[in-house]
Design a protein around this ligand. Structure first.
Ligand SMILES: [Zn+2]
Ligand SMILES: [Zn+2]
Length: 328
């Protein structure tokens, strides 16, 4: 019944953030934008609400989407898709104030999109990340430098232990995070089935694993090479700008936010707010693409740090970039 809660949520969570949490402006803007987006979209067409109407129970959708609602049992009125209440014609009223707000949000969207773009300063918080083989499912092949993973067709011969995902095609990363801000990038190549993000150190690793924020996983992923989603409950389908090959992940434990970006065009993909900060968080990777595509793997990127990097000589720059794009 998300639709009925949205306006309330918008108000409550915003005001508690402001009062109790001195969020930096950026994270606050991202969180607010997510709330606005959720509050202004139609549960039927998933687009911005157009001429929003509300039923007697509080359900809201576009005027044109009302036609797709089922009729009441006696053929009169319309049945709410989320509760058993039937609204008669006279009960259905325009949500004029919400309509005005949505048009305003729609108008501001391009600016919002620009404001949500990846901030290059995030790269200051980059971490040197490797994969933790002791947690890797035995069907995952991990490269020798511990930066690359792909799903194989044969079981790897590794010892069985409690930290290992015994059934789910997952592997965790090192380091673990307990405080502060962190940034890393994951090359997803041409993989068609993957998930990246963070999870609680204590997540269940035996048997089936459900990627859900409720169970301690904050991830975005791809299925069948075309469906992107975030591990909210229920899942949130994502619109991702075309050509996503590298995901930028910014974790801020202080404000309990994790954001995902398309590094290619710096666009924002998704932000989870109110993530858990009660125990260490681990970078988390899942790969279930068994196609033999040479670029069908995940790899944690070694990012060029302007402070720590060695000088680049003329002609060397291109080589370095190529080398990173296609690590051996
Ligand atoms: Zn609609
Ligand atoms: Zn209802």
């Amino acid at each position: 019944q998300k639709f009925q809660l949205v306006p309330g949520n918008l108000h409550d969570s915003h005001s508690t953030h402001v009062k109790s949490n001195p969020m930096p402006i950026y994270s606050q803007a991202v969180a607010m934008a997510e709330h606005f987006k959720a509050a202004s979209s139609c549960p039927i067409c998933l687009d911005y609400l157009e001429n929003p109407m509300h039923l007697i129970c509080g359900y809201i959708c576009c005027l044109r989407c009302m036609n797709s609602l089922r009729k009441g049992p006696d053929g009169k009125g319309v049945l709410c898709p989320f509760c058993p209440v039937v609204s008669q014609k006279n009960d259905i009223r325009p949500a004029a104030q919400l309509g005005a707000l949505v048009s305003k949000i729609k108008e501001l969207e391009p600016k919002l999109r620009a404001a949500l773009q990846m901030n290059p300063r995030m790269r200051k918080f980059q971490v040197d990340m490797t994969l933790d083989v002791d947690t890797a499912n035995n069907y995952l092949i991990i490269s020798e430098d511990l930066r690359r993973v792909r799903c194989g067709n044969f079981r790897q011969n590794r010892k069985e232990q409690a930290e290992r995902f015994d059934s789910a095609l997952c592997v965790l990363g090192v380091p673990r995070f307990t405080s502060g801000r962190h940034y890393w990038e994951v090359n997803v190549g041409t993989s068609k089935v993957w998930d990246v993000g963070v999870c609680k150190e204590s997540v269940n690793r035996q048997g089936n694993v459900v990627l859900s924020s409720e169970l301690g996983f904050w991830t975005v992923g791809l299925r069948e090479g075309q469906i992107y989603f975030a591990s909210t409950k229920p899942l949130t389908g994502l619109w991702v700008s075309p050509g996503l090959h590298r995901v930028g992940i910014y974790l801020d434990i202080t404000t309990r936010v994790i954001s995902f970006y398309n590094v290619g065009d710096r666009s924002h993909i998704f932000t989870f707010t109110k993530i858990s900060a009660t125990e260490p968080l681990r970078p988390c990777f899942a790969h279930a693409d068994t196609s033999r595509d040479d670029h069908g793997y995940l790899s944690v990127c070694v990012i060029n740090n302007s402070i720590a990097s060695s000088p680049i000589y003329p002609g060397q720059g291109n080589y370095t970039l190529e080398h990173r794009k296609h690590p051996q």
